[in-house]
Write a protein that binds this ligand. Structure first.
Ligand code: ADP
Length: 404
């Protein structure tokens, strides 16, 4: 669900709870006041008691009106919204929730979570939220419908569950992935042939005397065909990782060895750019449960970028440290940095910060999407801290996992 919807739901939760609480609290306080006044002398006290009763009634009416109004609003929201009490019994559901769960209007009220939700996976999300305060999940039902389910404890009482139908989005994502996959496969063979031919032509240039216009043309084709082959390979890589078709080869991975191996692979490129490379990994790090080759690919991508966006003499440092049940890897550079407004976007596929700046440095805009997917398939995450003109540090947090 998008942020405005979440914010609206949070607001509704607080407003509902607040109105109810207000009515109850005011009602109770006024009841006490009436109780006290009832035992007092007649006259003024009667007037005061009547005023108190009126005040209580109008508070209850105001709360009821607010509730009705809010119930009306939540029916306009396309996401399913269900309020569950502390025992996971439905106390309110909007029309979208009725539709998602195949119920008539109002039928969900009073049902337990398992009766109402009709799916043990959705119920499990609600139960987890009851135990720890929140839970999220994605469930594809036998009908083919895919729901993203989020449950949070209400600040007042019970829980709010929000269900979003993402079936169409997931279908389009599958089509996109399959399309890119097929296209890349078709392109790979002819492009690889072009690449091999231009490579050998470029080598021949040393021996054959050709007009400079022809030489320049061959060298440009050589460079551009290299980019095309790299892009097609990265696209295929990304779709393989996204689809999860090739399973991870999980093992106990020595992070220090992965860091050293990745530095070795980038060394030649870094030397050519005049960028010093350093690794700082303590010797006593525990192994992480992961796929050694994929983790190497992740680090090489980060190191490649760090070197590519650094100036001569600006060092790149790779670090690894333990943080509770995880290992945090970082790749720090002192290069061009990333403008604040673009920091969140660099992990999107094909995203390049300021294409003019990237020109001449090569790259497809896919490397960081691959990094993010590898981190996430290991149950980890990746993020970046950067100051434009000062440099960037990319972080990867990987859970240690069961390595025994
Ligand atoms: P590319 O192949 O273009 O490097 P990436 O997905 O690896 O694609 O990176 C996306 C964009 O993020 C890059 O084009 C660049 O603008 C920015 N970027 C990535 N790493 C760095 C870095 N270390 N310093 C500055 N900018 C970076």
């Amino acid at each position: 669900m998008d942020n405005p919807t979440l914010a609206l739901v949070a607001l509704l939760a607080v407003a509902f709870g607040g109105a109810t609480l207000l009515a109850i609290t005011r009602g109770r306080a006024l009841d006490r006041l009436i109780g006290i006044l009832d035992v007092g002398p007649a006259g003024d006290v009667d007037v005061a008691a009547r005023a108190a009763v009126q005040a209580r009634d109008s508070a209850v009416w105001a709360a009821r009106g607010t509730n009705e109004d809010l119930a009306h609003i939540i029916n306009l929201i396309g996401s399913g919204i269900v309020r569950l009490d502390d025992h996971l019994v439905v106390s309110l559901a909007n029309e979208a929730a009725d539709t998602f769960l195949g119920r008539g209007r109002g039928e969900l009220n009073g049902l337990s979570a398992i009766e109402a939700l009709g799916d043990h996976r959705i119920e499990a999300i609600a139960t987890r939220a009851r135990d720890v305060g929140w839970a999220n999940g994605e469930v594809t039902r036998s009908s083919g419908q895919t729901l993203v389910v989020r449950v949070r404890r209400s600040p007042v009482e019970g829980f709010w569950m929000v269900m979003e139908d993402v079936s169409e989005l997931r279908r389009l994502q599958r089509i996109r992935t399959e399309f890119i996959d097929n296209l890349s496969h078709e392109l790979r063979t002819p492009l690889t042939n072009v690449r091999l031919l231009t490579e050998s032509l470029a080598r021949d240039l040393e021996r054959i005397d050709l007009p400079s216009r022809v030489r320049d043309g061959i060298l440009k084709i050589d460079v551009e065909s290299g980019h095309l082959v790299q892009m097609v390979n990265e696209l295929l890589d990304l779709s393989t990782i996204e689809q999860g078709t090739v399973p991870l080869h999980l093992d106990a991975v020595d992070v220090g060895a992965v860091v050293r191996g990745s530095i070795d692979r980038i060394r030649l490129f870094a030397d050519r750019q005049g960028v010093p490379l350093e690794g700082a990994v303590p010797g006593d790090l525990p192994p992480v449960r992961g796929d050694e080759e994929r983790l190497g690919q992740l680090l090489v991508n980060l190191l490649h970028n760090a070197v590519k966006f650094s100036g001569q003499g600006e060092p790149v440092v790779v670090r690894a440290r333990r943080d509770r049940d995880a290992i945090v890897l970082s790749v720090e550079d002192h290069g061009v940095g990333i403008p604040r407004a673009e920091v969140d976007r660099v992990f999107e596929r094909f995203y390049k910060v300021d294409k003019a700046r990237v020109r001449g440095r090569g790259g497809t805009g896919l490397g960081l999407s691959i990094v993010r997917h590898i981190a996430e398939t290991h149950g980890g995450r990746v993020w970046v801290e950067s100051t434009e003109g000062r440099g960037s540090t990319f972080f990867v947090r990987l859970p240690i996992g069961e390595t025994a």
